[in-house]
Each structure stands twice: as structure tokens, then as C-alpha cells.
Design a protein around this ligand. Sequence first.
Ligand code: HEM
Ligand SMILES: *[C@@H]1O[C@H](CO)[C@@H](O)[C@H](O)[C@H]1NC(C)=O
Ligand SMILES: *[C@@H]1O[C@H](CO)[C@@H](O)[C@H](O)[C@H]1NC(C)=O
Ligand SMILES: *[C@@H]1O[C@H](CO)[C@@H](O)[C@H](O)[C@H]1NC(C)=O
Length: 325
Amino acid sequence: MASPSLSVVLLLCLAAAASAVLSPPTFYNTSCTQALAIIKTGVAAAIATDRSMGASLLRLHFHDCFVQGCDASVLLDATVPNSERSALGNAGSLRGFDVIEKIKADVEAACKKKGNSRAVVSCADILAVAARDSVVALGGPAWDVQLGRRDSDTANVALANQDLPPPFMDVAGLIKSFGDKGFTMTDMVALSGAHTIGRAQCKNFRSRLYGEDNIDSDYATKLRANCPQTSGDGNLAQLDDTPTTMTADNFDNSYFVNLQLKKGLLHSDQVLFNGTGGTNNTVNNFASNPPAFSSAFASAMVTMGNLSPLTGSQGQIRRICSKPN
Ligand code: HEM
Ligand SMILES: *[C@@H]1O[C@H](CO)[C@@H](O)[C@H](O)[C@H]1NC(C)=O
Ligand SMILES: *[C@@H]1O[C@H](CO)[C@@H](O)[C@H](O)[C@H]1NC(C)=O
Ligand SMILES: *[C@@H]1O[C@H](CO)[C@@H](O)[C@H](O)[C@H]1NC(C)=O
């Protein structure tokens, strides 16, 4: 009977590994009392200097969690094999690495025991908390961030290219991409609402701008001025059309109102309100009911933050976020 019981044990181990559970937000209360306060202060300082940084920090967490789970793999730099920084959706686009690295240094300076080289707070946790604090700082909803993630010692650029959804995706592809990670269609639409803040480069919406007709004509005219058909690949436009720069980077539900007005910037935005896939109703609900969007977004962010974390003795706590120990 040795072999059946061995496979039972093996199964239990696999089940435990697959459902590694995070700890409550009090995880660092004794090991690093100030951790959450230091992260919040660091995010606030970065946003005070440059309001557009909040969006970038939120996106970093998304691009971390979608590639082998929330393990800070996205932060490993180009000196690390298979660095995700060169992935299609990341290269020349992700930013905020220095902000996270500075927060990490501040947290470790406050909490690392003298004479002990062991770091205390994982980069993956810092990223998850910084994403939440960014959304809150820009006026969006709050949620409790579970903690205890540990950091990977590897990155996977191939997986990043495979799992990060490109802006040219149709609604069925988006539902599948998010469904593969355990998200419902409603979660996917809510998470897309992150595009109520931040910017995109011309090359990522040019084919929509010059090839699609479900776009508001005044909006298209305005965009074309800074996104010519054959140049200006890196020119930026706000993901969420706003009348003035005063309202840019406010985390609200205007993204969904803009979809109703055919003012989605990316193809992958506007397809959420284009007749297929059954996402219209969710867009209408979030457009007319801000609290419904807030609570759906917060709950989907908790799910995102729980994507296959390393916990317990898995992985490591990196000393600096850009390199494995
Ligand atoms: C639904 C599928 C998604 C697609 C296809 C997509 C695609 C993109 C693209 C192409 C950009 C612009 C990048 C550039 O031009 O440099 C962008 C920006 C952004 N995305 Fe997404 N995204 C998706 C979902 C999400 C999710 C789930 C989140 C977070 C919860 C998110 C947060 C952001 C933010 C905040 C920005 C602005 C970044 C900045 O200004 O630095 N996106 N996204
Ligand atoms: C843990 O720390 C947080 C943040 O400093 C605080 O709000 C909370 O009351 C603490 N909880 C416990 C159980 O000590
Ligand atoms: C929206 O639907 C129309 C009509 O089915 C189609 O022609 C168009 O290509 C679609 N646009 C997008 C962005 O999916
Ligand atoms: C969704 O909304 C678009 C834009 O108004 C419309 O063309 C399409 O028919 C709607 N689809 C459904 C299933 O109601």
C-alpha cells in the first residue's frame, strides 16, 4: 500500500502548492511594523512629483501577476536570464521600477536586522501594496492586500509574451486570456477599467485610429493630430479621454462612459462595447453605477493579487528588486 499512499501525499502536496494561501495584511506587523506606512509614503511622494506614476505602478503589478503569478518576476532586470522587461507588452513601456526600488530600500533600511543580510519584505508584496495605494491616491477604491508573497529567482519572457493580452485582442480573446487566470467576464471588464488612468503609445492604437469606424469622429480627429499614420510611434495619449489635463489620472468610472461614447482608445477597450461577447451590459452597469464598478474592481484586484504566489519557504525575499539574491 506504499505507492497509493505516496501518491495521495503527492496529490495533497500539489494541491497545497497550487493553492498557496497568503496571510492577512498584519503579516509584517511584528517583523516590519512600518512597512505599509513606508510604502504608502513612497507612493504618495512619487505621485506628488509625477501624477502619471500611479498608473504605471498599477500596471507593473498586473504585468507581474499575469506572468507566473505575483512573484515580482517583472522587476528582474535585463542582466537576468529571460528578463520580462523585453517582452512585447513591456519593452519601452513599463515604468516605475526606480520608485519600487526606492521604496524597497527605505523599507529594508527601517526593518533589516543589523548584521543580518536577510531582507524582510518581499518585492512582490511591495508591488501589490503600491498598486493599491496608487489607486487610492488617485481617488479610486481601497481593498485589503493579503501579504506573504515571496519573490521568484527567475523570470520568463516567453510566458510574458504568451500571457499578457495585446491591445489588438477581440473580446473573445480577452475573455479567454482572463478566464485562463480564473477571472469571470465581469472581472475582466472591471479590470479593464484600470484604463481610467494612464497613457498609451500611438503604435498601440494607430490601427484603430485609421482603420475602425466605431470611434467618435471628434475624438479621432483629436488623436490623429498627435498620432500620424506613419510616424510618432511613441507619442502618448491618455487612455481615458478627459476634457482637461486637470481630470487626467483620476480613478473614476469615466472609462465606461467613454466606451458608450465610442471613445475607447485601444481596440481592446472599445470591443467591450461593440456588440459581441455579452460585455455591453457590464459596461452599462459600470457607467451608470460608480459604486458597482468600485466594488467589482476592488474584488478583482484581490483575485489578481492572489494569483499563484510563492509563500512559506518557496522563492526568496530579494535584497534588491531588480536581481535575485
Ligand atoms: C484587458 C486587457 C488589457 C490590455 C490589452 C491592455 C493593454 C494596455 C496597453 C497597450 C497599454 C499602453 C502601453 C503603452 O502604450 O506603452 C496599457 C496601459 C495601461 N494598462 Fe492596460 N491592458 C489591459 C488590462 C489592464 C489591466 C487588467 C490593468 C490593471 C488592473 C491595466 C492597467 C494599465 C494602466 C494603468 C496603463 C497605463 C500605464 C501608464 O500610463 O504607465 N491594464 N494597457
Ligand atoms: C497591524 O498594523 C496595521 C498598520 O500599521 C494596524 O492598522 C493594525 O491595527 C495592526 N494589527 C495588529 C493585529 O497588530
Ligand atoms: C465593432 O463591430 C462592428 C460591427 O460588427 C465591426 O465592423 C467593427 O470592426 C467592430 N469593431 C471592433 C473594434 O471590434
Ligand atoms: C452593444 O453596444 C453596441 C454599441 O452601442 C451595439 O452596436 C451592439 O449592438 C450592442 N450589443 C448588444 C448585444 O446589445
